[in-house]
Write a protein of this length. Structure first.
Length: 231
C-alpha cells in the first residue's frame, strides 16, 4: 500500500472501514506508537503527576492479545493508574508554553481515548491515525520556517529526494513523508495478521512496532531541537 497517493479523508475512511474491529485496534495502536517516544524519552511536566513508567505500562498492555482475559485485566489496571494522576483528575488550564508539552498532551489525550473505548469505530480510528500526521506536519512546517537548519537536514533532503524520485508526493516534509510510509507499511501488516494475533505475537507485528518506534525517536530529536530554539 502506498498512502502517498491516498492521503485524502475519503481514502482513509475507506481503508479503516474495510478493517475488522481488531484490525482497527491494531492500526490505532501503531499510530499511537508513532507518538510514544516523546512521552517516554522527554521530560513530562511534574505537575501532571504522570510518571513515564505509568505511560510505558499502558503501552505495554496495549499490544497483548486483544481477547485474552489476563491481558484485559493488566490493561485495565494500568489505565486505572494512569487516569488517577492529576493530569486527568485536576487538569491544568491555559495554553501550553512549549512544543514538547503540546505533542505530549495530544498523545496522552489519544491514549486515553483508546483506553475508554472497547471497540474503536471507523471515525475514532481515523482521528487517531491523523494525529501523527498532524504532529508531523506541524514539525515540518516549524522546521522549514526556522532560521536554523535542522541538524539532520541533509539526510532529510536525501530521503525526500529518494521518495519523490519514486513518485511519492511532492508536498510532504520529511516527518510527514516518513509517517505516511510507516502508516502504509503498518496497515499492510495489520491486514495480513491472523485474526487472533497480537502485535507482539508475530515477526511482522514486532517489525511494525519497531518501525513506529524508530519514527517516534526521530520526532523526539526534532522536538528537542525546536524546544531548544524556543518553540
Amino acid at each position: 500500500m502506498d498512502v502517498f497517493d491516498e492521503v485524502d479523508d475519503a481514502a482513509l475512511t475507506d481503508r479503516c472501514a474495510a478493517m475488522t474491529s481488531v484490525q482497527r485496534r491494531h492500526a490505532a495502536t501503531l499510530a499511537l506508537w508513532r507518538l510514544r517516544a516523546p512521552l517516554l524519552m522527554l521530560r513530562l511536566d511534574p505537575e501532571w503527576g504522570l510518571h513515564r513508567t505509568v505511560v510505558e505500562r499502558v503501552f505495554g498492555t496495549m499490544v497483548l492479545a486483544p481477547r485474552d482475559e489476563e491481558s484485559r485485566r493488566a490493561y485495565t489496571e494500568a489505565v486505572a493508574e494512569m487516569v488517577s494522576t492529576p493530569f486527568f483528575t485536576d487538569p491544568m488550564e491555559g495554553e501550553l508554553d512549549n512544543v514538547i508539552a503540546e505533542v505530549q498532551v495530544e498523545a496522552i489525550a489519544e491514549l486515553d481515548m483508546w483506553n475508554v473505548l472497547d471497540e474503536l469505530s471507523v471515525e475514532e480510528v481515523e482521528r487517531i491515525i491523523r494525529r501523527p500526521r498532524e504532529v508531523s506536519g506541524r514539525l515540518d512546517s516549524s522546521s522549514q520556517d526556522s532560521m536554523w537548519d535542522h541538524p539532520a537536514h541533509r539526510a532529510h533532503e536525501r530521503y525526500l529526494a529518494t521518495a519523490l524520485g519514486q513518485g511519492r508526493g511532492a508536498d510532504f516534509g520529511y516527518h510527514s513523508a516518513c509517517n505516511l510510509a510507516a502508516e502504509a507499511a503498518c496497515h499492510d501488516v495489520v491486514l495480513a495478521l491472523p485474526p487472533t494475533a497480537s502485535l507482539l505475537g508475530t515477526a511482522a507485528g514486532r517489525g511494525a512496532l519497531a518501525l513506529c518506534e524508530a519514527f517516534s525517536a526521530e520526532l523526539v530529536s526534532t522536538l528537542a531541537w525546536q524546544h531548544n530554539l524556543g518553540h
